[in-house]
Design a protein around this ligand. Sequence first.
Ligand code: FEO
Length: 172
Amino acid sequence: MMKPEIQTAMNAQINEELFSAYLYAAMVNYFEEINLKGAAKWMRIQVQEEMAHAHKFFEYMVSRNAKIILKAINGPKSDWKSPLAAWEAAYKHECHITECINRLYAKASDMKDPATMQFLDWFVNEQVEEESNTSDIVAQMKMVKDAPGGLFLLDRELAARTTGAAAAPEAV
Ligand code: FEO
C-alpha cells in the first residue's frame, strides 16, 4: 500500500501534468492566432504527451490501490507578447516540472518506496528530454529573432514533429 504522504504528492503531480496539457493547449491557440501553424502542431503533440503523462501516474496509482483525488485545474494564461516569450514560458514550465519530479523522487526515497522510485525513473529521463526540446527551440528562436524568413523556416521545422521522442506508449 502506498503511504498517504506519497499518495498526496502523486495526486498533486497528476494535477501538474494536466495543467501542463492545459498550458500547451493555450499555446496551440496562441500560435494558431498568429499563423505559426508548425508551432501549433508541435504544441498539439505536446498536449497529447502531457495527457499521457497524467494517465501514466493515474494507472500506476490504480495499480497500487492508492486513492486518486482529482483537484480543479488552474486556467493558464492565453496570450504571450511574442513567439519567443511563449517558448521561454514553455521551457520555464518544464524546469518547474523537473523540480516537481525531483521532489517526488526524494519523497519516495525518504518514505522507502522503491516501486515508486522505479516508476519515477522514466519521468526523470523524460524531463531531460522535455527541457532539452524546449531550450533548443528557445535558442533557435533567439537566432532568427524577428526575421520573417527565419521564423517561417523554423516554423516549417516545428511542423515536422510527428510524436514525442520519449512518449509513454503504455500510457496512451
Ligand atoms: Fe509532463 Fe512536459 O512534463
